[in-house]
Design a protein around this ligand. Structure first.
Ligand code: GTQ
Ligand code: FE2
Length: 354
């Protein structure tokens, strides 16, 4: 049977392509979820559908299950007694690029030393001067709302020498790093590192005054007391109609984000704040330090209160609301915007002024 005698069908073409490990470009993304729009002239416009769901994890659910985990897993060990905040709309992770967990270390415990290419941070919730993490030999205490960094490939082990449970929020670029297939992991082979003297770097610099460039070592601990001072110093600045007030944690050596993949900020919504509708291509994980409010999305409102954590998918329209007319709401946020800025993908839109 020669080709000249058979009708040339698209179906037959695709069958033959398959046998040759080829695919037509028209077949490539046919089943991919995406938002396709046609303009008045028939031209096609495509944009992402937000990856995963907006979801909140309640502190009131987390605390009892952490206590249960302590009974069910009597030792923390190297794998960590950490509960992943698993987005119900994703195969893995809290957003499609980031993963957060809530971790508990009991009095007297050590979470064993290891390192990984995955970048990680911790935002302390319950802790004190006798709760600490050792990062590359630097002993960093974990007091409430301190931010601690373990940049990719730095050794780290966590210690709780106090007589209270230590609890913190972990943030990592796990889904991003796995998507690139760049995950390496080592155990030290000893339970803990030998710590040097307590961390003793100079004062931190926050935007808008980045300097300290060229410093031999960068800060890996951002104490809450200093963060509060930075927030207070900027209290007189105008309130952004989208996000309230934002203070970014900066790597003083670069003037950029604290980790190559993750940006960390504190967001303050003044009393009665009702933000403009906005969306951006970055995804965000938010932890409520204090206050009560909601984020309003097309899919409904998500209310949040003290110590809740919630995930905001990329490109989801949202609006921040502080439910209180008297108290500000204070949030710790991490987002994946450094990845997007690095490759020119970052975009944002907002409602124009009324
Ligand atoms: O504490 O080093 O939630 O390596 C996930 C992976 C915490 C940690 C997590 C980790 C850690
Ligand atoms: Fe780790």
């Amino acid at each position: 049977m020669s080709d000249a005698t058979v009708a040339h069908s698209l179906e037959e073409l695709e069958r033959r392509l398959g046998g040759l490990s080829l695919r037509g470009q028209w077949q490539a993304d046919a089943n991919r979820p995406q938002n396709v729009r046609k303009g008045s002239n028939g031209a096609v416009h495509i944009e992402p559908i937000p990856a995963g769901r907006a979801h909140a994890w309640r502190w009131s659910d987390i605390v009892p299950i952490l206590q249960y985990a302590c009974k069910a897993m009597p030792e923390s060990y190297t794998a960590r007694r950490a509960l992943i905040l698993h987005n119900p709309g994703l195969p893995r992770g809290t957003t499609h690029t980031m993963l957060s967990s809530i971790q508990i270390v009991k009095p007297g415990e050590i979470a064993w030393a290891h390192r990984h290419t995955i970048n990680a941070l911790r935002f302390s919730i319950q802790g004190g001067p006798k709760t600490y993490t050792i990062v590359e030999g630097r002993k960093l205490s974990m007091e409430p709302y301190d931010l601690l960094l373990t940049p990719g490939w730095t050794w780290h082990d966590h210690h709780n020498d106090s007589d209270h449970d230590a609890i913190w929020l972990d943030g990592l670029d796990v889904p991003f790093t796995l998507a690139l297939n760049q995950s390496f992991y080592d155990e030290l082979g000893e339970i803990a590192q030998q710590p040097g003297p307590a961390d003793s770097l100079g004062p931190l610099m926050f935007r808008p005054s980045p300097s300290q460039q060229g410093e031999a070592m960068r800060p890996l601990r951002y104490p809450w007391a200093e963060t509060l001072r930075a927030i207070e110093a900027r209290g007189g600045e105008p309130v952004d109609p989208l996000n309230g007030r934002m203070v970014e944690f900066i790597n003083p050596r670069t003037g950029g984000s604290v980790l190559p993949t993750l940006r960390c900020r504190v967001q303050i919504l003044p009393p009665g704040f009702e933000g403009r509708l906005q969306r951006h291509t970055s995804s965000t994980i938010l932890f409520v330090i204090s206050g009560e409010g909601s984020v309003r999305l097309d899919s409904g409102d998500i209310a949040w209160g003290k110590h809740d954590t919630f995930a905001l998918p990329n490109w989801a329209q949202h609006r921040f609301v502080n439910a209180s007319k008297r108290e500000p709401a204070v949030l710790f946020t991490m987002d994946d915007s450094p990845i997007l800025f690095a490759f020119g993908y970052y975009r944002s839109e907002c409602e124009t002024a009324p």
